[in-house]
Ligand binder design. Structure first.
Ligand SMILES: [Mg+2]
Length: 386
């Protein structure tokens, strides 16, 4: 097969629809690193590292990666080992990247997505075929309500349910009283037919505080409680004390983490990213470990631009363990946006055609590679690195 000949990094900043915050986040979303791989016949493949310096593993287990760190790692270490590699060999790409520098899963994921995109185009098949096939044709979307005021949260929730969304995730972990209040208000606004989840992003001070708070929230029925506190042992403590299932996110980066969570019976649900384990190939390994233990999964992320979100959709399409609604954007360029807000976090996006959103779900594209073409004019417009 053809070989990769070049690897370029580009930093973009997309305009946000509203401020989107969660516990611990100190930067705006949407300032991310894109990777453009070119092969010897001139085909291009695109990837993205939605890297945040505030997003790491618990107790210093994994570090944050800022856009400038990602760029340095890719340009200095990953681009030279990606160049010259034949398409169709993700295993070798990972071996080379892991041999040249330890860690930096977001940087490695961005290169790997571009490589899968290129390989799919070269073979004329969608990326999910390269991952083993298609477990589903549509990916149900969970709309994420950031740390908003109580009234604003309830209003946005009602609006997105009107647009077809069936699962809402509410960011909590700030102040127990406010958190219970916002869950109550959202439940009142959306009625009984909608699944509600909460994500504390490790925000509660102790398992005890989390347990007390979640017990009050459970009056409004929760589908799951995501990462109430930091630490596998500490989420296990919460999981044993509450009725709602606990989802591990910050505690679950790669297949080894998933194994530890399963061994310690710390959570019944694992949140898989394309990025935390370092790419789609390794995300499928996380999914396989979870499936073997009967742990169910969703695909979740860092509010990617369309470039990275295309990989989310391919993973959610392929992995049998991903049975839950996924916290992925409905990537839509400004020209097609209208006044819709369900799954919309940006005022514009980097693809030529929108992701197809039908009955609260994104239709999995069946075109080659990642399935939706990147709009290079938009990439140029939102480029912030000169
Ligand atoms: Mg989370």
């Amino acid at each position: 097969m053809e070989k990769v000949v070049s690897c370029e990094t580009i930093i973009v900043q997309l305009p946000t629809r509203r401020e989107h915050k969660w516990t611990g986040l100190t930067e705006p979303i949407g300032r991310y690193v894109l990777v453009k791989l070119t092969d010897e016949v001139g085909r291009t493949g695109w990837g993205e590292a939605p890297a945040l310096k505030d997003w790491g593993g618990e107790f210093g287990r994994y570090f944050g990666e800022s856009p400038s760190i990602v760029r340095t790692v890719i340009d200095t270490y990953l681009a030279p080992v990606a160049a010259g590699i034949e398409l169709g060999n993700a295993v070798q790409l990972h071996a080379r990247m892991d041999a040249v520098i330890k860690g930096y899963p977001y940087a490695k994921a961005a290169v790997e997505f571009a490589y899968y995109d290129l390989t799919g185009k070269a073979l004329g098949v969608p990326v999910h075929v390269l991952l083993g096939g298609r477990s589903r044709d549509r990916v149900p979307v969970t709309h994420s309500i950031g740390l908003l005021g109580v009234d604003e949260a309830a209003e946005e929730a009602a609006r997105v349910v009107g647009e077809g969304v069936r699962t809402i995730k509410i960011k909590v972990g700030v102040d127990p009283k406010r958190d219970v209040e916002v869950v109550r208000a959202v439940r009142e606004a959306v009625g009984d037919g909608v699944d509600l989840c909460v994500d504390a992003n490790e925000g509660y001070a102790s398992p005890g505080e989390a347990i007390q708070t979640v017990r009050k929230m459970q009056a409004f029925e929760l589908k799951y409680v995501e990462q109430p506190v930091a630490g596998i042992e500490r989420i296990a403590e919460v999981a044993r004390a509450i009725d709602a299932p606990v989802m591990a996110d910050e505690s679950a980066w790669n297949a080894h983490d998933a194994l530890q969570i399963i061994e310690r019976r710390a959570a019944q649900i694992v949140s898989i990213y394309t990025t935390k384990p370092g790419g789609l190939y390794k995300a499928m390994e996380v999914a396989a470990v979870c499936r073997a233990a009967g742990v169910v999964c969703n695909v979740n992320g860092s509010v990617e631009t369309a470039v990275g979100n295309r990989a989310n959709v391919q993973l959610a399409a392929a992995a049998p363990a991903v049975t839950l609604s996924c916290v992925v954007p409905v990537s839509t360029p400004a020209e097609q946006l209208g006044d819709r807000i369900a799954g919309i976090y940006y005022r514009d996006d980097l693809i030529e055609t929108p992701m197809n959103f039908v009955d609260g779900a994104i239709e999995v594209p069946s075109t080659p590679g990642m399935g939706i073409e990147v709009d290079e004019d938009k990439v140029a417009r939102y480029r912030v690195d000169g």
